[in-house]
Design a protein around this ligand. Structure first.
Ligand SMILES: [Cu+2]
Length: 303
């Protein structure tokens, strides 16, 4: 996955409406609900032709019932895709929303009309990712903050969201239900992570934002016998490049979407035994340095 020191995160497309509990869609096209909440699928695709940027698209439902929503992003394309979901209050076109969130200049403030946050982190071609969380009523954008090849991170990056990787949907009704408990939990706050119950192998865990700022979770495996000090120096830009190879294996990183303070989602993450750096690259709503520069780096030991 790619790391970006820019603001928010991702996109998807909703296509198939499917549910583990119900296979019916009601007459107004709202994704089906049941005692287990609503299940929706967004499907991301892409097409590369000539020298232009990769064209992306996202298909999915235009209406989702409020409450517990299990959302799957299917990557049916040739490049990585992600799904950053945002609730937008007021009349803000998607271009403006992209410019002020996933494509904002590093350090820019995050507008107050963007709230909540949901969705998935990066998904490799042919793979899928599923998250479960509570969605409140409102108007939402789903933005794909991944890129095709040959673009460098920053405000001018050719994010999929700028090339078709966008979906819009409405969440309707009164939210009901609660998220089921999970064995593992990772909690973000200003400015640190705490973990409990993370085990080797596939984990279904709760990612909770107990702070006031927006946060996401990026987990980066240590390389070789790197130490936490090496990792902090690397992430803070204070590592002597002659001291050896980069202590983190960024190619094997895993991440979540950005979620707001007071929110949580159930995510699936896969950990081999070893050490991981847990990092957040989001800035405060008021702007300023990414949280990693404020020391939001913690070590997770999986054994
Ligand atoms: Cu953060």
């Amino acid at each position: 996955m790619q790391l970006r020191v820019i603001v928010v995160v991702t996109a998807i497309v909703a296509v198939l409406v499917q549910s583990a509990c119900s296979s019916d869609s009601d007459s107004n096209g709202t994704a089906p609900a049941s005692d287990h909440g609503t299940s929706v699928v967004f499907k991301a695709t892409d097409r590369k032709s000539g020298k232009g940027p990769v064209r992306a698209s996202i298909e999915g439902p235009s209406k989702i019932r409020a409450g517990v929503v299990t959302l799957t992003l299917v990557n049916a394309g040739d490049y990585p895709h992600d799904a950053q979901i945002l609730r937008v209050t007021g009349n803000h076109p998607v271009e403006e929303t992209i410019a002020k969130t996933i494509s904002a200049k590093p350090g820019s403030p995050i507008p107050a009309w963007v709230t909540d946050g949901a969705g998935t982190g990066s998904v490799e071609p042919g793979e899928r990712a599923t998250v479960t969380q509570i969605l409140r009523p409102g108007e939402y954008y789903l933005l794909d903050s991944e890129t095709g090849p040959g673009t460098t991170p920053g405000p001018n990056a050719n994010l999929h969201a700028k090339n078709g990787g966008v979906a819009t949907f409405e969440v309707v009704g009164m939210p009901q239900g609660a998220l089921p408990p999970t064995h593992g939990r990772i909690t973000a706050d200003e400015y640190s992570f705490t973990t409990e119950g993370v085990e080797p192998g596939k984990n279904r865990l709760t990612f909770e934002n107990a702070g006031r700022q927006l946060h996401h979770l990026i987990a980066l495996p240590y390389r070789g016998d790197a130490t936490f000090e090496d990792v902090v120096n690397e992430l803070m830009g204070t590592r002597d490049p002659e001291s050896g190879p980069i202590p983190l294996n960024q190619e094997l990183g895993q991440g979540t979407a950005v979620i707001d303070g007071g929110q949580e989602q159930i995510v699936e993450m896969n950990f081999k035994p070893g050490k991981y750096a847990l990092v957040c690259y989001i800035t405060d709503r008021e702007g300023g340095p990414p949280h990693v520069a404020r020391g939001m780096i913690n070590e997770l030991v999986v054994e």
